[in-house]
Design a protein. Structure first.
Ligand code: AMP
Length: 211
C-alpha cells in the first residue's frame, strides 16, 4: 500500500507548490482544508459566513467542522493523497490517524523555513482564481503581468487572509500549535524535515525519494 503524504508548514512555506508538483508528476490527489473552507465561503451559506469571520482573523476553524469537511471530500481507497493544511494541532493529528488513515501508511513532511521570510512571501503571493496556479510577485512572476501562465486567466488574486495584519496572526497561531504535532510524528518515526528555502525541484526530489 502506498503512503499518503501529510504536509506541515507555516502559511507560505511552499506546501501548495509541492502539492501541485506531486499531483502533476506522481498522480497524487491534493486535499487542502483551506481550499475546502474557501469553497464553503463562496457558497455564501450560513456556515460559510461563520467560517469567513474566523478565517479573516487568521484563527483556526473548529476541529469538528474541518474533519467533517475533510471526510466528505476524500476516498482513501481510491487515491494516494496529500493532506495540506491538516492537521493543524495535536488533536487533529490524532484524529487523522484514528478516524481517517486508520493505520494506513503515511509520511509527514515538515517544511522548515525562517518565519521572518514568510511575511514577504505571503504579501506577494497571488493565486489564479481560475486554475489555482500560485505566483509570487518577486520570485515567481507570471510571464505576462497579471496573466496566468497556465490558463491565460487575468484573474490573479490576493487571498483575503494574505494581508499583513492577518498573516502575523496566522504565523503566530502556527507557531503556537505546531510543536506538539511535530513531536507526535517524530516519536512515531514518521517525520521528514525539508529545507523549504531550497528550489522547488530539489524539495520535490527529496520528498519523492522517500515515498
Ligand atoms: P490555509 O489555506 O491552509 O493557509 O488555511 C487558511 C485558513 O483556513 C486558516 O488560517 C484557518 O483559518 C483555516 N483552516 C485551514 N485548515 C484548517 C484546519 N486544519 N483546522 C482549522 N482551521 C483551518
Amino acid at each position: 500500500m502506498k503512503s499518503h503524504l501529510i504536509f506541515i508548514g507555516a502559511p507560505g512555506s511552499g506546501k501548495g507548490t509541492q502539492a501541485s508538483k506531486f499531483v502533476a508528476g506522481k498522480g497524487f490527489k491534493h486535499i487542502s482544508t483551506g481550499d475546502l473552507l474557501r469553497a464553503e465561503i463562496l457558497k455564501k451559506s450560513a456556515l460559510g459566513l461563520e467560517v469567513k469571520m474566523v478565517m479573516d482573523e487568521g484563527k483556526l476553524v473548529s476541529d469538528e467542522l474541518v474533519i467533517r469537511l475533510l471526510q466528505a471530500n476524500i476516498d482513501l481507497a481510491a487515491s494516494q493523497y496529500i493532506f495540506d493544511g491538516y492537521p493543524r494541532n495535536l488533536a487533529q493529528a490524532q484524529t487523522l490517524d484514528k478516524e481517517v488513515l486508520k493505520g494506513g501508511p503515511s509520511i509527514s513532511v515538515y517544511f522548515e523555513i525562517d518565519m521572518t521570510k514568510l511575511v514577504e512571501r505571503l504579501t506577494n503571493r497571488r493565486t489564479c482564481g481560475n486554475c489555482g496556479a500560485i505566483y509570487n510577485l518577486i520570485s515567481k512572476k507570471p510571464k505576462i503581468t497579471g496573466t496566468c501562465d497556465q490558463c491565460g486567466s487575468t484573474n490573479l488574486i490576493q487571498r483575503a487572509d494574505d494581508k499583513e495584519e492577518v498573516i502575523k496572526n496566522r504565523l503566530q497561531v502556527f507557531q503556537d500549535t505546531v510543536s506538539p504535532v511535530l513531536k507526535y510524528y517524530q516519536d512515531l518515526g514518521r517525520l521528514l524535515k525539508v529545507d523549504a528555502e531550497k528550489f522547488p525541484d530539489e524539495i520535490f526530489n527529496m520528498i519523492s525519494s522517500k515515498v
